[in-house]
Every structure is written in structure tokens, then in C-alpha cells.
Design a protein around this ligand. Structure first.
Ligand SMILES: *Cc1c(COP(=O)(O)O)cnc(C)c1O
Ligand SMILES: [Zn+2]
Length: 396
């Protein structure tokens, strides 16, 4: 497995045991904790000028801060997404600037591609022939696409609730699709059962150490697109918290490397029908209580038992951010308002970040000069039917 100069290896976030990346590919063998890629930041040979001279063409342009070199990556030039200025929304929220990081422009239409390019590169490095994961839908579609590109077999477990596009595209990419009755937890049980019998390489959230690592590039891009001014707030539609943890890690890295000053306040946006992070944050807890009966139209963030919650909550508190929940009705309204006023197409899951930002603004969380970034984690056209039927429910 080819690795970059500054990449050291994997460290358990709970017991701090370290592991060689050529050997470990899942959870900590000592305690079952999540493994996090670590670097020797003194060995990172990168500065703002070098980056400015590179084309803005892929998240792999930050390869010095990733575990694997670009030339070894299983990549479709994911990332390098636009940061779209939204002046009408900025006025409505009463902030200086509001920008949408539009992750819908990725190869399979969501930011899941950033995690899968990194995780699939590791799978190839480990000599895997088969990869597997359970997903609410987008990660499964993305994994099938990257596995096809790397000539690996992808075994994908999705719940019946996943959208038609996500399920169909797993097949189109040649993946082995198992549709499980129920929700993400049920798909997870089927995945666990299959993994007990098979020697498949795991691509599951926070089992592979590389999905949050790939997603951290979202913040590198935001910072560079803002000419290394750290935004005041980032509002993120939070399920397992992979992207939120990744971006917070990236913000700390850029500060350590002297590219930026300070950290953006990270805000987790969830749907009221499944808001374990918001509840834990508001109650001052360090770990969530699982939601017993999750129910929201936002499949991508309907994660009732997010195993990385201590890490998410730490990022929210360390960055001076917070957490906010809005109803499905508010979320759908926000998706439609953004589409009508700014043109950007947000899927319902992602619009939780828009409606969350609205609510945070109403609560007075933002200053009138603040720069606020909303993550549009995926394109609206994968779930256009859900958005259209909301209009129908209003007689439109
Ligand atoms: C997976 C997903 C999320 C949640 O991502 P996490 O980083 O695990 O919190 C949000 N939006 C979309 C569109 C997703 O597919
Ligand atoms: Zn451990």
C-alpha cells in the first residue's frame, strides 16, 4: 500500500493504541474504538502558494494531507465543488454572507464520494477482492460506483426506504444489492450477519478509518475558497457525523499548519424525528441515547444510534457551535425555498441544514456580519419525487 510522506498510521480515539495502516483496516483490536489516521505535521510539505498554483480539480489536490498519494487513488475527480454565494438567503437570515457548499456536484451526486474514494483506495491497497457496507442509500450507491472502477465486488445492504435511484444505481454499477425490510438499523443487522461469514473488506461508517478522512477535504476547500478566512459557522446535516468530524479535524489541521486562524463553529442539524445529537447536546451529555422510534423523511440523517456521538459532541463544544432540530415540514419548505430563491437543488436530508440555519438565525446565534456555510451534502434530483409531492400536499 502506497502512503504519503507525513502519514504516520492509525490511532484509536478511545485507548490511543496505534496501528500500522498496512495491517489494520477496521476498528481498534484492543478496545473496539474508532481508528483515526494520524500525521507528522512537520513533515507536511504544503503551503498556500503551492495550492494556489494547482488546478482546483479534485479533493486529491490536498494529497499531502491524505493517507494515500493521488496517483494511487481510485478516483473520479470527486470534490472540488463550488461554494455558491446565496445573497437572498443571507438577507433572510440577517447574516453578512451565506454560502452553500454544493456537494451535489460529485460523481454520484453526494459527498459520500469523498469518503468512498479514500476507503476504496485503502481496500485496493489491502488487496481486497470484495467490499461491503450497509447504508441509507447514498453511500451504497457511491461504494458500488467506486468498486466498479477498481474492479472489486461490492455487497451493499440498503433498507426498503432508500430511494429508487440509490437502489437502482447500485445495480447499474454492477453491485450485489440486498434490500432489507425496514430502516438503516435493519440493513445493518443483515450486513453484520453476512460479515460474520464472509471475508469482505468493510466500508461501513467508522469501521473503515478512511471515510471521515476523505470527507475532511470539504473544509480544506471551503477555507481555500474563502481565501483562508475561516467562516464563522458551518451548518451540517448530521447522521453518523462522519463529515462533521472530518471537517472539524481539517479545521484543526489547517490551524496547526498556519494556513488559518481559529475554528469555525460547527452546528449539527437534525430532523426532530431522529435527533439524538441535538438531545445529547442540549442535555449537556457526552454521549447520545439511542432514538427508539426514529421517523423522518430525511433518510440520510435518520441514524438513531450514532456510534461516534462522543466525538461529534466534542467537536460541537470545542468549536463553540451547537445543535438544532427542525421538523420534516420545515425541512421540505426550506428545500423548496432554496430551490426557488437561489436555484440550488437540495435533497430533503440536506435541507435539514438550511432549515436548521434558519432556526439558528431566529435564535440569534449568528452576528450580522457573519459568514455562514451550509453543506448541501447531496443533489435534490435523487429525491425530486419527495420534494414534488410536498408541493402536491399543498395543492400545487
Ligand atoms: C450520509 C448523508 C448525510 C449524513 O452524513 P454523516 O456525515 O454520516 O453525518 C447527510 N446528507 C446526505 C445526503 C447523506 O447521504
Ligand atoms: Zn482502542
Amino acid at each position: 500500500m502506497e502512503t504519503t510522506a507525513a502519514f504516520v498510521g492509525l490511532e484509536c480515539i478511545d485507548c490511543e493504541a496505534s496501528f500500522d495502516a498496512t495491517e489494520a483496516n477496521g476498528r481498534c483490536e484492543e478496545c473496539g474504538g474508532i481508528l483515526d489516521p494520524t500525521y507528522d505535521y512537520d513533515a507536511v510539505e504544503l503551503d498556500r502558494e503551492t495550492l494556489a498554483a494547482r488546478p482546483f480539480d479534485s479533493m486529491w489536490r490536498y494529497e499531502e494531507l491524505l493517507p494515500f498519494p493521488r496517483e494511487s487513488a481510485v478516483t473520479m475527480d470527486e470534490g472540488a465543488t463550488p461554494l455558491v454565494d446565496c445573497p437572498t438567503l443571507a438577507d433572510e437570515l440577517g447574516v453578512g454572507r451565506l454560502l452553500i457548499k454544493d456537494e451535489g456536484r460529485n460523481p454520484t451526486g453526494t459527498f459520500k464520494d469523498r469518503g468512498q474514494t479514500a476507503a476504496m483506495t485503502a481496500a485496493v491497497g489491502h488487496g481486497a477482492s470484495d467490499v461491503s457496507l450497509a447504508s441509507a442509500g447514498n453511500a451504497g450507491q457511491s461504494a458500488a460506483a467506486y468498486a466498479g472502477r477498481a474492479d472489486l465486488d461490492a455487497h451493499v445492504f440498503l433498507p426498503t426506504r432508500a430511494s429508487h435511484t440509490m437502489k437502482a444505481m447500485v445495480n447499474v454499477h454492477g453491485g450485489d444489492l440486498t434490500v432489507v425490510g425496514g430502516r438503516i438499523g435493519d440493513a445493518g443487522v443483515a450486513y453484520d450477519e453476512a460479515m460474520a461469514d464472509e471475508d469482505w473488506h468493510p466500508l461501513q461508517t467508522f469501521v473503515t478509518p478512511y471515510r471521515h478522512e476523505g470527507k475532511k477535504t470539504m473544509f480544506y476547500e471551503v477555507a481555500e475558497q474563502l481565501e483562508w478566512e475561516v467562516p464563522d459557522a458551518i451548518v451540517y446535516p448530521t447522521g453518523g457525523g462522519v463529515g462533521l468530524i472530518g471537517m472539524h479535524k481539517a479545521a484543526r489541521e489547517l490551524r496547526e499548519l498556519g494556513f488559518t486562524d481559529g475554528l469555525p463553529a460547527m452546528y449539527a442539524a437534525q430532523a426532530t424525528g431522529c435527533a439524538p445529537i441535538v438531545e445529547a447536546f442540549e442535555e449537556g451529555k457526552d454521549v447520545h441515547d439511542p432514538v427508539e422510534h426514529p421517523d423522518t423523511i430525511c433518510g440520510g440523517i435518520e441514524i438513531p444510534d450514532p456510534g461516534a456521538s462522543p466525538w461529534i459532541l466534542e467537536a460541537l463544544r470545542e468549536s463553540g457551535g451547537g445543535a438544532v432540530a427542525t421538523t420534516d415540514e420545515e425541512i421540505l419548505e426550506a428545500a423548496i425555498a432554496v430551490a426557488q430563491n437561489e436555484g440550488v437543488e437540495m435533497a430533503p436530508t440536506c435541507a435539514a441544514a438550511a432549515s436548521g440555519a434558519w432556526k439558528l438565525a431566529e435564535r440569534g446565534e449568528f452576528g450580522t456580519d457573519d459568514t455562514v456555510v451550509i453543506l448541501n451534502t447531496g443533489t435534490g434530483n435523487k429525491e425530486a419525487d419527495v420534494l414534488r409531492s410536498h408541493l402536491m400536499s399543498q395543492g400545487i
